[in-house]
Design a protein around this ligand. Structure first.
Ligand code: F6P
Length: 536
């Protein structure tokens, strides 16, 4: 038996020998469990003591990570090796937030010069907009910035602008358009004046149909109002594909570059964060980068048993592959983090939603969890019923902050009390005897009993600010990387999105034709019905 197979076997044996593991017992047997199973990274306190693991499970998981070559692959990523083998690229997003002292190279070429140059270009642009010296075609200052992009070119900056609303310049309107559904763009611009509006067209490839369609409509909206010559004054682009940007009609001087070694879902700290930098200002953006860097350094240097992304990644492996819990909820106890779950969906599911390993062989086990979530306390009044008493067990990450991001009295204590209470209820439940002892009538007892043993990790930070946001994002990025490494998959490609894109392109091309293409009966019938209705 190979060393890896033996590690997996030991994990399964350990689970089988401890089928009756109970968080109630684990805490009563070990008074220091909360302390021992809490790790600190940057300003984050991460309590995983309410996960269904004991010390032996963690030891076996750490052995699995070591045997999976985690430290070598981590170094390979940090040293610019082409870890994204199917696209033959490095995944050096850590260089983007390395700061002035950072030294990162790809094949002997220092990438930090380019990183610093683009950051400086972003700062100058952001300052122009923020100080009203960036003018539109008619000489009026730009007051509205609309980011057009999708996926990794949208979710990060949109999530972060919302998260950091407290830091956003109140004199600016910053919006995001992603969906090819024209309602998205129409709504975003309905109350804006083209003379004061600038579009950031954000697309790594500059070939994404949704983004180009929205960008073309935005350009029409601008030129209809201000004339053909207005485009250069009202459009800038963020892309790795300068040629395509120029073909679109945006001058190369208005392109904020990034590079193929930055994955879309890892690109927030690159020029993809331009709309965010405009909104919160260059200094706050630097703080965000510092937050990323805090966790990058922690991940690269902390010993595995004190390393937050390693521990969280491995606990995820335990939940998915050993306990069979293949979903995961992320519940931020922060209204401002309402877009974090959607951001993490792309990060986790586009990275690790794969069935074959780096060699093209079947992985042979479950990989990325189905990630979902909405802010607490809202979810509590919707789907938490299932989380407490349903037949599926869904591990949950709860994220909260010591200080509120507003000054309304009374709210924050309630919010945080709910976060702590949910984790407690999920872990320890309520036994039949306890329910009876509370005087509940016998026929209600089964309905009001809670099994407990529902795993959570609680992440607590002092406050939601650019630095802690950067730390939270980097924590998840590296957690996903750890899991991809253990599963031996390439977390940096996304071939699974291609087929749907290709078919959509073919179908839209057929809408004008007499004869539809060769489709199955269902698809043909649906298209037929659509076309009949459309021409009516
Ligand atoms: O379709 C998936 C995807 O390629 C993502 O990986 C990416 O973040 C998104 O589309 C947008 O791509 P682009 O930035 O090239 O427009």
């Amino acid at each position: 038996m190979g060393a890896l197979t033996a590690s997996w076997q030991r994990l399964h044996d350990h689970r089988d020998a401890n089928r009756d593991f109970s968080l109630r017992r684990a805490f009563s047997d070990d008074p220091s469990r909360a302390d021992d199973f809490t790790v600190r990274a940057g300003a984050l306190t991460i309590d995983y003591s309410k996960q269904l693991v004991d010390q032996q499970a963690l030891t076996l998981l750490l052995e699995l990570a070591a045997r999976s070559g985690l430290s070598a692959r981590t170094e390979a990523m940090f040293t610019g090796e082409r870890v994204n083998t199917t696209e033959d690229r490095s995944a050096l997003h850590v260089a983007l937030r390395a700061g002035t002292d950072g030294r990162f190279e790809i094949a002997g070429k220092d990438v930090m010069v380019d990183v610093a140059r683009v950051l400086q270009q972003m700062r100058e642009f952001a300052q122009q907009v923020r100080t009203r010296t960036r003018l539109g075609a008619t000489g009026r200052p730009i007051r509205n910035v609309v980011n057009i992009g999708i996926g990794g070119s949208h979710l990060g900056p949109d999530m972060a602008v919302e998260a950091l609303r407290q830091f956003v310049n109140p004199d600016l309107t910053v919006r995001f358009v992603s969906n090819v559904d024209g309602a998205d763009l129409a709504d975003a611009i309905s109350d804006l004046d083209p003379a004061e509006t600038l579009f950031i067209v954000a697309s790594k490839t500059f070939t994404t149909a949704e983004t180009l369609t929205n960008a073309q409509s935005a350009r029409r909206w601008v030129t209809d109002a201000l004339g053909e010559d207005a485009t250069p004054h009202h459009f800038v682009a963020v892309s790795t594909n300068v040629q395509e940007v120029e073909n679109f009609g945006i001058d190369s001087a208005n392109v904020f570059e990034f590079w193929d070694w930055v994955g879309g879902r890892l690109s927030l700290p690159s020029s993809i964060g331009l709309a965010l930098m405009v909104a919160i200002g260059p200094e706050s953006f630097d703080d965000l980068l510092s937050g990323f860097r805090d966790i990058d350094e922690h991940f690269r240097t902390a010993p595995p048993d004190k390393n937050a992304p390693i521990l969280l990644g491995l606990i995820g492996i335990w939940n998915i592959n050993v306990l069979g819990y293949t979903a995961k909820a992320v519940i931020p106890y922060s209204h401002r983090l309402s877009k974090l779950p959607a951001y993490l969906q792309q990060l986790d599911m586009e990275s690790n939603g794969k069935s074959v390993d780096v060699d093209g062989n079947r992985v042979g086990m479950d990989t990325a969890p189905v990630v979902w979530g909405t802010p607490g306390t809202n979810g509590q009044h919707a789907y938490f019923q299932l989380l407490h008493q349903g037949t599926s067990v869904v591990p949950i990450d709860l994220i909260g902050f010591v200080k509120p991001s507003h000054d309304l009295p009374g709210h924050h204590d309630q919010l945080m009390a709910n976060m702590f209470a949910q984790a407690e209820a999920l872990a320890f439940g309520r036994t039949e005897d306890e329910v009876r002892a509370a005087g509940v009538s016998e026929h209600q007892v089964p309905h009001r009993t809670f099994s407990g043993n529902r795993p959570t990790t609680s992440v607590l930070a002092p406050e939601l600010n650019p630095r802690t946001l950067g730390q939270i994002i980097a924590l998840y990025e590296h957690t996903v990387f750890v899991q991809g490494t253990v599963w031996r998959i390439n977390s940096f490609d996304q071939w699974g999105v291609e087929l749907g894109k290709q078919l959509a392109g073919e179908i839209v091309g057929q809408f004008g034709d007499e004869a539809l293409g060769d489709h199955d009966g269902s698809t043909s019938a649906l298209i037929g019905e659509y076309l009949k209705g459309r021409t009516r």
